[in-house]
Ligand binder design. Structure first.
Ligand SMILES: Cc1cc2nc3c(=O)[nH]c(=O)nc-3n(C[C@H](O)[C@H](O)[C@H](O)COP(=O)(O)OP(=O)(O)OC[C@H]3O[C@@H](n4cnc5c(N)ncnc54)[C@H](O)[C@@H]3O)c2cc1C
Length: 437
């Protein structure tokens, strides 16, 4: 089968890779000149299987209301005249119940585990180097009240089979001695030893190169313009070269939409309304002046809701979310406040460790669903159209598993993953028990 994969971020490239494994011919189209140049470019670098709680929970509406209009709040909701934003916001509120939270966590943990196994096998198979650190993720809390809430969170996650340990301050400092300089900010912590970190862009670009060697064709610098419906199928996709302006129709047997926050814009012409809204985040990457004093365990700073990951001689500080539409600007006053606050916090925690003179700022749009659970599966409007989008805060964590599962579904196989695939009434376990009944 000839499959056209639309989008070359973490999700599109993993999908392409596993489609090759299944013996398909693959064409990948992206508007950028290489893979992973948009949302997958400079994220928090965490493979965070065990810290995967969705944003929507019973306490979220109060927190968001408290943060409303505060420029440096971790989650900033700027109401706009944008029906997609309101639709997303209302669905999000609908997920703010304990029952929905539990349901969503279950899905995210399962996908995370499956994805982690897939990534580990892929790294072993390809040998790609991407500043991987298998040292777990350490979440530290600055106050007793936050620590107590964190310990309760750990208990909930343990019920879902996740190994998240509760640590005293001394135990936190034993796991990451670099935090001694930040003792004032550490009351206690929680720790997930099996989590990892590594550079998503480096990995994805290397995987794209290997996919090309295996025969995948890449059409870079092409805007994806529209899909051509024909009966219950897609007959082609129109693309336009950014270099020559020329348009052409590409035809395949099947199509995959892996366009992150831009997926709903493409599918809506078919009447397929994907509830994905961009949550703008930021990162700062700093060169280390004193690498020996910098952390190597990937960190979550609860007070600021930021991730801190070591990437070789650099450190990446990432976080914050703004629901402000498809805005990727870095030069607005709010962006400036948010970027500078990342660097300021790092310096507070690790004074003198990083070179602050040339911070590398970046912004990306997390393709967020109200549940945090991505769309993976067959379109409900066209039988040869498939969706792999809406990975929100966890696209790097869930990339390998999402790509592998979709490639298997497209090949008529049932992934070994009990998950609510899009366009699918029954999760895998139910199907298996029907098959064996
Ligand atoms: C600040 C921040 C921190 C994060 N930290 C983490 C983390 O620590 N761990 C984790 O697991 N996840 C993290 N994430 C989330 C993760 O980065 C995303 O979920 C992931 O990058 C999404 O991948 P994607 O392939 O869906 O999107 P993208 O990488 O954006 O890929 C989509 C591709 O589609 C292309 N495209 C879009 N529209 C068109 C068009 N019309 N024509 C042609 N091409 C088009 C784009 O060029 C792009 O290459 C973070 C995100 C942010 C913003």
């Amino acid at each position: 089968m000839k499959v056209i994969v639309l989008g070359a971020g973490i999700i599109g490239i993993h999908t392409a890779w596993y489609l090759l494994d299944q013996g398909h011919d693959v064409v990948v189209v992206d508007r950028q000149p290489d893979a992973a140049l948009e949302t997958s470019f400079a994220n928090g670098a965490q493979i965070s299987v065990c810290f995967c709680e969705p944003w929507a929970n019973a306490g979220a509406p109060f927190k968001v209301a408290k943060w409303l209009l505060k420029d440096d709040a971790p989650l900033l909701f700027r109401p706009r005249l944008d029906p997609a934003q309101w639709r997303w916001g209302l669905s999000f509120l609908g997920q703010c119940t304990t029952a929905a939270f539990e349901r969503n966590v279950e899905q995210l943990v399962r996908l995370g585990r499956y994805s982690h196994e897939s990534l580990q096998a892929l790294v072993a198979e390809t040998g790609i180097q991407y500043n991987r650190l298998q040292k777990g993720i350490l979440h530290f809390f600055g106050s007793e009240a936050d620590f107590e809430a964190g310990a309760q969170g750990a208990e909930i996650m343990r019920r879902h089979g996740v190994d998240r340990r509760v640590l005293s301050r001394d135990e936190v400092l034993a796991i990451e001695p670099a935090l001694r300089s930040a003792q004032h900010a550490v009351f206690g912590g929680t720790y997930t030893p099996s989590d990892e970190s590594g550079d998503a862009r480096v990995f994805t670009q290397a995987l794209a190169k290997l996919a090309e060697r295996r025969g995948a064709q890449f059409l870079w610098n092409h805007d994806i313009v529209t899909l051509q419906p024909q009966g219950s199928e897609v007959a082609g996709v129109q693309i336009q070269s950014r270099e020559t302006g020329q348009t052409q129709w590409l035809k395949g047997d099947a199509y995959v939409v892996a366009l992150a926050s831009y997926a709903p814009g493409l599918t809506k012409a078919l009447g397929e309304h994907l509830n994905i809204y961009p949550a703008k985040g930021y990162s700062a990457t700093l060169r280390l002046k004193r690498p020996e004093q910098a952390s190597t365990v990937s960190l979550l700073d609860d007070a600021r809701k930021i991730a801190i990951s070591r990437l070789g001689d650099f450190v990446r500080i990432a976080g914050t979310a703004e629901l402000v539409g498809l805005d990727t600007s870095l030069d607005s006053p709010t962006s400036k406040v948010r970027c500078e606050s990342l660097v300021r916090r790092y310096e507070e925690l690790f004074p003198g460790v990083a070179d602050l003179s040339e911070p590398n700022y970046w912004t990306g749009l997390r393709p967020s669903t109200p549940t945090n659970v991505p769309y993976i599966g067959r379109s409900q409007k066209a039988s040869n159209l498939w969706i792999n989008a809406g990975h929100g805060t966890l696209g790097w964590t869930h990339g390998a598993g999402s790509g592998r599962a979709l490639a298997e579904l497209m090949s008529g196989k049932r992934p070994d993953l009990d998950f609510g695939f899009y366009g699918d009434a029954l999760p895998a376990r139910a199907v298996r028990s029907l098959q064996t009944a």
